[in-house]
Design a protein around this ligand. Structure first.
Ligand code: DGL
Length: 279
């Protein structure tokens, strides 16, 4: 493993770009490879086995590009697959955790809302997180079907998006939540609408910056921080039509980018064989 190798960052779609931007900001020398699995988004309503198979295919793709570390920039893939990925692949891997800890420290009312996909909210990881803070704070989980789809099509502030956000946020406000945790990496792109609907007295927080810090400390620990004195490259791949993806990815990234088509290294069925190997 070499410190000048790239880092692979993936999500079910374009949401992980909210984590990628924090990584690029904190670690500007690192070469980054991003995969948006937009052909298969959203993951939130798919079976665990499917998410595990997709995550394995993406990790194999990263390995074929010689990555030194992987960031699972997707709360849903973290909940469904990271345990298995860590037992299959032995390289530094950072995964998501909704920002419940900082939220519990910042709340004055003692009530926080967690916006996430149904799969994240119903996961074992979330139950454990919930139990860890349940004595300190009242945590209200809110599943948000449809929001990932709006971000995937770049609809960040239109009437349909606003209506969905209001439908999910207002019940949390009625229950006195004063901190909202964005437990899905797509949602930071909706932060302006969420903040507007929640009002200025409500804090809206996500874990992107904390994940970048965690990556920094893990790379440092393994002696893998790049010392190249130049700005790192960022390559964008999608499993969907890359021509069509360009527009949304460029808009979310904040400048025009060339998105490449992700060519999978494993054929159908091989992913599942790889997953079943240890058992
Ligand atoms: N960005 C993913 C997450 O953090 C969205 C999951 C989905 O595709 O439903 O959970």
């Amino acid at each position: 493993m070499h410190s000048e190798y790239p880092i692979g960052v993936f999500d079910s779609g374009v949401g992980g770009l909210s984590v990628l931007r924090e990584i690029h900001q904190l670690l500007p020398n690192e070469d980054l490879i991003y995969v948006a699995d937009s052909a298969h988004a959203p993951y939130g309503d798919k079976p665990k086995e499917f998410i595990l198979e997709r995550s394995t295919a993406i990790v194999e793709f990263f390995l074929s590009h010689g990555v030194k570390a992987i960031v699972v920039a997707c709360n849903t893939a973290t909940a469904a697959a990271v345990k298995e990925l860590r037992s299959l692949y032995h390289l530094p891997m950072v995964a998501m955790e909704p920002a419940v800890k900082p939220a519990s420290e910042q709340s004055q009312t003692g009530v926080i809302g967690v916006l996430a996909t149904s799969r994240t909210i119903n996961s074992n990881n979330f139950r454990i997180l919930f139990a860890r803070f349940a004595e300190q704070v009242n945590i209200i989980p809110q599943a948000c079907p449809g929001l990932v789809d709006q971000v995937e099509i770049g609809e960040l502030g239109g009437p349909e998006t606003r209506e969905l956000v209001a439908q999910y946020v207002e019940p949390l406000l009625k229950q006195n939540a004063d901190v909202l945790v964005l437990g899905c990496t797509h949602y930071p792109f909706l932060k302006p609408v969420i903040q507007e609907i929640a009002g200025a007295n409500v804090k809206v927080i996500d874990s992107g910056a904390a994940i970048a810090r965690r990556l920094h400390s893990l790379l440092n620990h393994h002696g893998l921080l790049s010392d190249a004195g130049r700005l790192g490259s960022v390559r964008f791949y999608t499993s969907a039509d890359n021509g069509k993806a360009n527009g949304v990815i460029s808009a979310l990234w904040g400048c025009p980018v060339e998105t490449e088509k992700m060519v999978e290294t494993l054929q159908d069925g091989e992913n599942l064989r790889a997953i079943r190997l240890p058992g």
